[in-house]
Write a protein that binds this ligand. Structure first.
Ligand code: DGL
Length: 264
């Protein structure tokens, strides 16, 4: 079984590591669309074009399933991908449902990209699960770039996290949703900033469980440990250091062919 996973950059590695943990036998291919990161401020049209190109690459190379390890791309492109390709497409969305179930203060904070927060999909999520709960949303410009640079604890990263998280906690949020796949890499910093009374919820594990169900339904056999291969639409040299920091020291990174990378 070959599972292809993509994100705007390296953030989706937070989902990939959960998939690797739960489905050791699968061969995993990770595509980082680093030439186009961040997706958060791009139009839905651009994100759709990029999601189609990356998915086409994965389908052409024989993958059995695609995981959109990006909340922003899921909101913009998953229906289109499902119309276009026959293989299963697993997407993700901010964990508003579990957060509204978990809160005791009745106030939940969602950290995500502008694209996710402005999407029709997110509005529908709030309609469905918001109810009496006050859901405060916070776009976090600059934070994705810090993770892309592998700067998980620099002075600037700390300042940005404080700027985004502290007002939510002051407003009474006792539950924070990490609605962007880059943010689990900042979880220790976010938790320290939010304090011990705030619960932080991430979606990676739930997505990995869903991927395993789909893989099992498609007949995935347990077996040897599968391979994990990494590709980028950008400059491999520019992202390799951060990839090794976020994944492991032995990871190698290959550049996608120009036609899939969207480079002219
Ligand atoms: N990691 C992505 C997400 O989950 C997108 C980040 C970005 O490129 O803006 O939304």
């Amino acid at each position: 079984m070959r599972i292809g996973v993509f994100d705007s950059g390296l953030g989706g590695l937070s989902v990939l590591r959960e998939i690797r943990r739960r489905i050791p036998a699968a061969n995993l291919t990770y595509l980082a669309d680093s030439a186009w990161v961040p997706y958060g401020a791009r139009s839905e049209d651009v994100i759709r074009v990029r999601s189609l190109a990356l998915s086409r690459y994965l389908v052409y190379h024989g993958h059995d399933m695609i995981v959109v390890a990006c909340n922003t791309a899921t909101a913009a492109a998953v229906p289109l991908l499902r119309e276009t390709f026959r293989i299963p497409i697993v997407g993700m969305e901010p964990a508003v449902k579990p957060a509204t179930a978990a809160t005791r203060s009745g106030v939940v904070g969602v950290l995500a990209t502008v694209g996710t927060l402005q999407s029709a999909r997110f509005a529908a999520l709030l309609d469905q699960f918001g109810g009496d709960i006050q859901v405060l949303t916070r776009a976090c410009p600059g934070l994705v770039e810090q993770v892309e640079a592998g700067e998980l604890d620099s002075e600037l990263t700390r300042a940005l996290v404080t700027q985004f998280v502290a007002p939510l906690v002051r407003a009474g949020a006792d539950t924070l949703v990490l609605g962007c796949t880059h943010f689990p890499f900042l979880r220790p910093l976010i938790e320290t900033t939010a304090g011990p009374d705030v619960r932080v919820i991430d979606t990676g594990e739930a997505v990995a469980r869903r991927v395993r169900e789909v893989a099992q339904a498609a007949g995935l056999q347990a077996g040897e440990r599968g391979a994990t291969n990494f590709f980028t639409s950008g400059d491999a040299g520019a992202s390799l250091g951060a990839l090794r920091r976020l994944w492991d020291d032995a990871a190698t990174l290959t550049e996608l062919p120009a036609e899939y990378a969207g480079r002219s």
